[in-house]
Design a protein around this ligand. Sequence first.
Ligand code: MTE
Length: 329
Amino acid sequence: MNFLVRRPWDLSQNRHTPQDIYQNRKQHRRDFLKTLGIAGAGLCTAGISGCGKPTAEELDAAGKVEEIPVAATGIFPAKRNTEFDYGRPETEKFEAALYTNFYEFSTSKDSWKYVSKFKPNPWEIEVGGLCNQPTKFDLDDLYQKFPHEERAYRFRCVEAWAMCVPWTGFPLRELLKAVEPKSSATHVEFETFERPAEAPGFNDFPDFPWPYREGLTLEEASNELTFLATGIYGEALPKQHGAPVRLVTPWKYGFKSCKSIVKITLTDKAPATFWNTYNPREYGFEANVDPDVPHPRWSQRQERMLGTGERYETVKFNGYESYVAALYA
Ligand code: MTE
């Protein structure tokens, strides 16, 4: 017999998504609904399979990597660590770059169109909280202090689209080691920049609980898979993928992968997160990929690859069970 284990993002049979989500009271709500695919508007962007070929402008924009610091030129492309190869065709670079979730810029997957004012260099990440060596790292520090490698990971969004992409970066645990977490630390909080002059989303979508925040347990953050990415496809991250540095946790839904991080804080409790604050009934803290834990709006049984539209059955922990199952035993 199968038992359905209910998680924080499950809805019970007699509850439903709050009515205000379905009302077209404001333009940003309409945009949000459009993104969710429940407003009747198609999600047809050039970058998604079956919706037409991308224009020359789109292809050009997809590959655009602006303002790479000089120090980065020695980093990319980094040597591939083949241990993590996923055994599926790699998603085309432009398909991934034209179909991004980055609400600071747009709720319609087309954030590449709105990133021109965003300045990912110079940049600083402040790492602090419950640690003995709180430190501010600039980009040169990140590039030089932490040996970079390339890892190809599966990536799965809670909206059921998926991709396989090569990230460049280093395990987050190396950065955590450098700041020496105190024994009282149990969780890690990640925070994105909040600069309305550089990204239209802060003003366009004022109801969102900015800045974007995410969190992991310290154990999850110290797992071998948990990656701080500074690049993708052998180059520095384009802005729409979360330049200059973002999180990647391939066994969790993509919303956990906080982009353009400015602050990492060690804490002794689970931090409030952007999506969990916005809608606690839909977005739980753990958010591990799991076909048996349905989301109220998107079935999690299958995933659809960006570009090819191929469908695969969802695999628990997104196929990374051997690395992470022990965390949840
Ligand atoms: N980080 C920030 N700061 N803002 C966002 O809107 N979206 C999340 C995550 N990180 C998001 C973010 C979601 S919902 C997903 S699926 C992934 O980024 C998408 O990563 P990609 O656009 O590079 O594929």
